[in-house]
Design a binder for this molecule. Structure first.
Ligand code: NAD
Length: 437
C-alpha cells in the first residue's frame, strides 16, 4: 500500500474510517485531542457502540497497521494523506455550524506538513469551508511545503457504519488538481466498483447538505401526512405502504413516527439554512424550516398522546420509557427524540423510568436525574403508561402478555409504528400510535 493515512478526530466517523482503512491494508494513525479516547482505542476498547466495528478495530491493532495518538507532530511525520473527521456541531443558540474544531485541526496539523501530502476533509461543513481551509493550510504550512486540500464528504449511517464505509453507494471527491484526484482514487480502489463523482469543493460540500436535507424532508413529509391522518382518522401506516409501491417515491425513509434526531440531520439542515442565508439564498431553503418544525411537532404530539393516556396529567403517573438512543443499534443520544420526550414528561411531573439496551451509559452521564430500568420489563414495572420511543428489535419482539403482567395499566404509545397493533390490542392493551386511529 503506497500511502500512509492519518485520521484526525476519532468519533463515530473517524474511528470507523480509521479501522476500515486499516482493514483494507493501509497503515493508519488515528489522532484525537481526547487522551482518554486514544488510550481506550489503543487498548482495543471501542468508546462508542457500532455494530461490527470492534473486530475491525482489534484486527487493525493486532496487525500493527492501526494505532492512535494525540500528537500532531507524529501525525504530520507519519501521513501522506490526512483525513479530517472532527465534529461540526450546531453553535449554541444559533442555527449555524461551529467549524472551530475544523480550523483547530488544520492549525495544529499544518506546521508539521513539510512534505508532499493531501489533507482531506470528511466532516460535514457549510459550503465555502473547504476553500477557506485550503487558504489557511497554505498560509500555515512551512514555506515550500506541498500540502494540498481535498474534500470527500462522508455518507455513512450510524448502525451500518462499517458496511457503509466498505460498500459505499457513491464516493464524492472535491478536488482542485489531478494529483489529488489520482491519490484519492487509488486510496479507494480496494473498495472495487463504486460510482464516483469528481467535482469542485463547493459542489462536494453541498452534496452532503443536499442529501441530508432530502432525507429529512422525506421523513417530515410522511410525518406531515401522519398529522393529517390524525385529524382525518386515517391510517398513515397504510398510506405509507401504498405510497411505497410507487418506484418514484420508494419506501425507505418513509416510516411515520417520532421523527429524526442524532448528531447529523437536525444540525445539518439548520446549518444549511444558516449558510444559505449568508449567501443570500435563504428563500431557497425556507421549506427546511417547515421540515424542522414538523419534526419537532412529532415530539410534542408524542407527549400529548402519553398525557392523554395518563388521564390528562402526568402528576402521580409512572411512565415506562423504552428507548433513549436516537435510533436502534446506536448508543448516540445527541438530539435524541426519545430522550427529549422522556425529559419533557419528567419536567411535566411524570415519574419516568428509561431503559435502552446500549445507550443507558450515555444517558446516565448526561441526565443523572432520570430513573433507569435494568431491562425493558424492569423499566415498565408498575407503569401507568408505556412509551416505545426507539425501535430496538428487542422491544419489537416483546410479548404483550408478559409485559402486561407487570404494568399498572395496559396502555402503550408506539412512537415508531413498530409494534403489531393487533397483537397488543388482543392482549388487552390500549394501543395508540402516531398517525393512526
Ligand atoms: P464525534 O463528536 O463523535 O467525533 C468528533 C471527534 O473529534 C471527537 O472525538 C473529538 O474529540 C475530536 N476532535 C475535536 N477537535 C479536535 C481536534 N482539534 N483535533 C483532533 N480531534 C478533535 O462526531 P462524529 O459523529 O464522528 O462526526 C464528525 C463529523 O462527521 C461531523 O461533521 C459530522 O457531521 C460528520 N458525519 C458524521 C456521521 C455520523 O453518522 N456520525 C456521518 C457522516 C458525517
Amino acid at each position: 500500500m503506497p500511502y500512509r493515512l492519518t485520521v484526525i478526530g476519532t468519533g463515530y466517523l473517524g474511528i470507523t474510517h480509521a479501522a476500515c482503512m486499516a482493514d483494507l491494508g493501509y497503515e493508519v494513525l488515528g489522532l484525537d485531542i481526547d487522551a482518554e479516547k486514544v488510550r481506550c482505542l489503543n487498548d482495543g476498547e471501542l468508546p462508542i457502540h457500532e455494530p461490527g466495528l470492534e473486530p475491525v478495530l482489534r484486527r487493525g491493532l493486532e496487525s500493527g497497521r492501526l494505532r492512535f495518538t494525540t500528537s500532531y507532530e507524529e501525525a504530520g511525520a507519519f501521513g501522506d494523506v490526512h483525513f479530517v473527521c472532527v465534529g461540526t456541531p450546531q453553535k449554541k443558540g444559533e442555527y449555524a455550524a461551529d467549524v472551530s474544531y475544523m480550523d483547530a485541526a488544520i492549525d495544529s496539523l499544518a506546521p508539521y506538513l513539510d512534505r508532499e501530502c493531501l489533507v482531506v476533509g470528511k466532516s460535514t461543513v457549510p459550503v465555502g469551508t473547504a476553500s477557506r481551509l485550503a487558504d489557511r493550510l497554505t498560509a500555515l504550512a512551512p514555506a515550500g511545503a506541498q500540502a494540498e486540500l481535498a474534500w470527500n464528504p462522508e455518507f455513512l449511517r450510524e448502525g451500518f457504519a462499517v458496511q457503509d464505509t466498505l460498500h459505499p453507494d457513491r464516493i464524492v471527491l472535491g478536488v482542485r488538481t489531478e494529483r489529488a484526484e489520482k491519490v484519492l482514487r487509488e486510496i479507494y480502489e480496494p473498495l472495487g466498483e463504486v460510482p464516483m463523482v469528481v467535482t469542485d469543493f463547493a459542489t462536494a460540500e453541498l452534496v452532503k447538505s443536499a442529501a441530508n436535507s432530502f432525507l429529512a424532508t422525506k421523513i417530515s413529509f410522511i410525518n406531515a401526512m401522519a398529522e393529517v391522518c390524525e385529524a382525518a382518522h386515517a391510517d398513515v401506516q397504510q398510506l405509507s405502504l401504498a405510497l411505497s409501491y410507487d418506484d418514484r417515491i420508494g419506501g425507505r425513509y418513509l416510516n411515520p413516527g417520532l421523527g429524526f434526531g442524532g448528531g447529523c440531520l437536525p444540525k445539518d439542515i439548520r446549518a444549511f439554512m444558516a449558510r444559505a442565508g449568508e449567501l443570500g439564498a435563504d428563500q431557497a431553503l425556507t421549506f427546511l424550516r417547515e421540515v424542522d418544525a414538523i419534526n419537532m411537532r412529532r415530539r410534542a404530539r408524542m407527549v400529548d398522546l402519553a398525557r392523554e393516556l395518563a388521564g390528562g396529567s402526568f402528576h402521580g403517573c409512572t411512565v415506562g420509557v423504552l428507548g433513549a438512543a436516537f435510533k436502534p443499534n446506536s448508543d448516540d443520544i445527541r438530539d435524541s427524540p426519545a430522550l427529549d420526550v422522556a425529559l419533557t414528561i419528567e419536567r411535566q411531573g411524570g415519574k419516568v423510568t428509561v431503559y435502552d439496551p446500549i445507550a443507558l451509559g450515555n444517558v446516565r452521564k448526561a441526565h443523572p436525574e432520570l430513573a433507569f430500568g435494568r431491562s425493558a420489563v424492569d423499566a415498565v414495572r408498575g407503569a401507568h403508561v408505556v412509551l416505545l420511543l426507539t425501535e430496538w428489535k428487542e422491544f419489537v419482539d416483546l410479548d404483550p402478555e408478559a409485559l402486561g403482567s407487570v404494568v399498572a395499566a395496559r396502555k402503550i404509545v408506539d412512537g415508531r409504528n413498530a409494534l403489531n397493533a393487533e397483537a397488543w390490542r388482543s392482549a388487552g392493551w390500549h394501543y395508540r400510535a402516531l398517525g393512526r386511529p
